[in-house]
Design a protein around this ligand. Structure first.
Ligand code: EPZ
Length: 421
């Protein structure tokens, strides 16, 4: 298992380009199962989660080529409608094959995703929606077995605007007979990217970008191509790398209106920001960082996937702040590790109380999940001395060679392959 060795205290400077969005790719790839032919996904990031989805799709019979961020997926010879436990246990997003397989082939056998690093993540909303569309759902030996001769449009209301359940329902409803309304749908940019892709295939969807999606089912969809949106969470993580090291960096390609909640918090903390359609620049040189409270919410609120990175940043603020996670109330595995670096943080229920300290000091810290590991890398960049971030396979799931990108900004970070931990 690889680890990172970071010699902290360097102010980051320069420009860095954002990759395509992991959470968009993980929806766009299974969406190709609703048609029959060669699909082109541009700006696809080279991430371990993308390769995990590719393995899942290829064992179903999807043929692919992946060069220079262009992923071509040929769905003309699907032979299996099953997502085995071996794949799903590695990545919950594998559940995204349920809707398209059911809609296109009338059958899907998908392993139930188990728990995740920070607690239960049920899929009841996904199953409720498939049943509302007329599917017969059975749970058998840890598998969801879904059958339908032809899905039928229906009115679906989500108690929680789940990203995954919205995506799965969209990929099912586009081939259902009749109209479907998805009320309290997720509005994340990744869902908008998915909607735009389905429309390119010939789907009929209204209300894109809003919490009420209307889908008029069609009989057939054709292969299509789409540009994957930039990764707003990677962009946010890089911006905080600039802030926490009191540096001055330019993040190329991030979409500003995907990041407003974070940008306004960074300005509240004292950073100077400049942005246009091509880049977002953050200048934190000589900034006395102010403590800024954050409460996570669904888009366009402050993303839960930036919560850990914000806590790392606030650990060096000039005062006390509170960070509350309303999406995942127990997503705080990074806190004990940040405390090992000298941070002063106490978690009570779903709120972390961060008392800013003057400095962090390097130590060995353990990654537990994707965004937690990103927060440890950020803290290591700011800490005095050497930080060893262990088990960075977590970060490789969602960041494309992050150490290379940070090095281009002047960070002193090395990947050590095959360490004992
Ligand atoms: C997506 O997960 C992202 N993953 C997550 O990013 C992100 O944290 C999350 O959305 C929230 O923004 C991908 O897109 C692959 P949800 P998803 O369904 O779809 C509850 C990262 O770091 N819920 O919107 O699984 C659920 O427990 C990852 O990149 C139900 O109760 O999230 C949670 O509290 C981590 N029943 C809330 O809804 C359901 O059937 C939001 O979950 C589904 C969800």
């Amino acid at each position: 298992m690889d680890k990172f060795i970071i010699h902290g205290g360097k102010k980051l400077k320069g420009s860095v380009k954002v990759s395509g969005a992991k959470n968009a790719s993980l929806a766009l790839m299974p969406a190709t199962l609703v048609n029959n032919g060669i699909n082109k996904l541009y700006n696809t990031p080279e991430l371990n989660d993308v390769y995990t989805m590719l393995k899942l799709l290829s064992q179903m019979g999807v043929k692919y080529s992946f060069n220079n961020h262009l992923l071509e997926l040929d769905t003309s010879s699907i032979t299996s409608y099953e997502a085995p436990y071996e794949h799903v246990k590695k990545m919950r997003a594998s559940i995204y094959v349920l809707g398209p397989l059911l809609a296109r082939y009338g059958y899907a056998k998908v392993s139930m995703p188990g728990g995740c690093a920070w607690g239960p993540r049920p899929v009841n909303l996904h199953l409720m929606a498939m049943e509302k569309l007329g599917a017969e759902i059975q749970l058998d030996q840890g598998y969801i077995i879904a059958r339908s001769n032809r899905l039928k449009g229906n009115y679906i209301n989500f108690d929680i605007p789940s990203v995954g359940a919205t995506g799965n329902t969209l990929m099912a409803a586009v081939l259902a007979k009749g109209n479907t309304i998805i009320n309290n749908a997720a509005c994340e940019p990744e869902i908008t990217n998915l909607c735009n892709y389905l429309i390119k295939m010939g789907a009929k969807i209204n209300g894109i970008g809003t919490s009420i999606l209307e889908v008029e089912g069609v009989d057939e969809l054709k292969p299509a191509e789409i540009e994957t949106i930039p990764d707003r969470i990677e962009a946010g993580t890089l911006l905080i790398a600039g802030a926490i090291t009191r540096g001055n960096i330019r993040v190329i390609g991030g979409v500003t209106h995907h990041l407003h909640s974070l940008l306004s918090k960074l300005e509240d903390s004292g950073c100077k920001l400049a942005y246009n359609k091509d880049y977002i620049e953050i200048n934190a040189e000589d900034v006395e960082v102010s403590p800024v409270d954050v409460t996570t919410a669904v888009f366009p609120g402050f993303p839960t996937d930036m919560q850990a990175q914000w806590i790392a940043y606030m650990s060096l603020a000039n005062g006390t702040s509170n960070v509350t996670d309303t999406i995942y109330t127990d997503r705080f595995n990074h806190v004990p590790e940040l405390v090992r670096l000298g941070a002063d943080i106490i978690v009570h229920e779903n709120t972390a109380r961060i008392v800013g300290v003057k400095r962090l000091t390097g130590a060995k810290v353990m990654s537990t999940d994707l965004r937690a590991s990103a927060s440890l890398v950020l803290a290591g960049l700011a800490a005095e001395g050497t930080t060893e971030v262990l088990r960075v396979y977590h970060i490789d799931r969602g960041y494309q060679k992050i150490e290379e990108k940070l090095k281009t900004l002047g960070a002193d970070i090395e990947r050590v392959e095959g360490s004992e931990y």
